[in-house]
Design a protein around this ligand. Structure first.
Ligand SMILES: Cc1cc2nc3c(=O)[nH]c(=O)nc-3n(C[C@H](O)[C@H](O)[C@H](O)COP(=O)(O)O)c2cc1C
Length: 229
């Protein structure tokens, strides 16, 4: 089932949309609300909303003047967005959802065909997101999905355009997949952002995500000492 709940994730960072599982009373100083986790379709055949924003929402954009970390992600059918939100709900900071000028078809097969064609022709999609000045961030949580056992095409586009702006930062790669793992995505990130430091990644099968918040927490805790917010 696709998402039907309205959302306000394009609100400014001071007021991200809250949800019924708001943890604000127990949250850290840098975070005062949580983002909702949505229903998504999984694996082969997963339809999208045709906008790559998951349920006709505006893409998530929460940018502040002073956060040290940002979560940057693309999500066609919502699974990586859920993982991004699970991370946000623990670490806070800023958040930026990438979209492309011409969104992928909602039909899975058509999306795969287009993605294959783009990859064969090395013509990756144009990013439609205004990328803010990234200099304030030490830490970038980078979220994508496995496509053809490598980085999804929009993430390749983002890193081709902005990988050099990640110099000196620590990238925490996180991804979802349909059961085949993260492929060579880490090697590709290292190639496309050669002057960033790439930390241990976290990848999970889409259908297992919502039952495994503890795995996300464990991964984040492993990096706790390096995290600023
Ligand atoms: C074009 C395309 C190619 C995919 N290729 C793979 C793949 O090679 N291996 C894999 O495990 N999953 C693959 N998947 C499945 C997605 O990685 C998986 O469903 C993921 O959770 C989708 O994330 P999203 O909902 O954030 O877009 C592919 C999906 C699409 C649309």
């Amino acid at each position: 089932c696709q998402n039907s709940e309205p959302s306000e994730t394009n609100e400014p960072s001071e007021t991200p949309s809250s949800s019924t599982n708001d943890k604000s009373e127990t949250g850290s100083e840098t975070q005062d609300s949580t983002l909702p986790i949505e229903d998504t379709e999984y694996g082969r055949g997963a339809e999208s909303d045709g906008e790559d924003t998951n349920a006709q929402e505006a893409p998530t954009r929460m940018i502040s003047d002073d956060a040290n970390s940002i979560i940057i992600y693309f999500s066609r059918s919502g699974n990586t967005q859920n993982l991004a939100r699970m991370i946000y709900n623990e670490v806070g900071g800023d958040m930026l959802e990438l979209t492309v000028t011409d969104p992928y078809p909602s039909d899975y097969r058509q999306a795969v065909e287009r993605a294959n064609e783009e990859r064969d022709n090395q013509e990756y999609p144009k990013i439609n997101t205004d990328i803010p000045d990234l200099s304030q961030y030490d830490t970038v949580y980078l979220g994508y999905q496995t496509w053809a056992m490598t980085l999804s095409n929009p993430m390749i586009s983002f890193l081709m355009g902005h990988g050099s702006n990640l110099s000196g930062k620590t990238i925490y790669p996180f991804s979802t997949n349909a059961g085949y793992g993260e492929g060579n995505t880490i090697e590709r990130i290292e190639e496309l952002a050669p002057d960033a430091s790439v930390a241990t990644s976290f990848s999970i099968q889409d259908e297992d995500l919502l039952d495994n918040q503890d795995q996300v927490t464990t991964w984040l805790n492993e990096h706790q000492s390096q995290r600023v917010n």
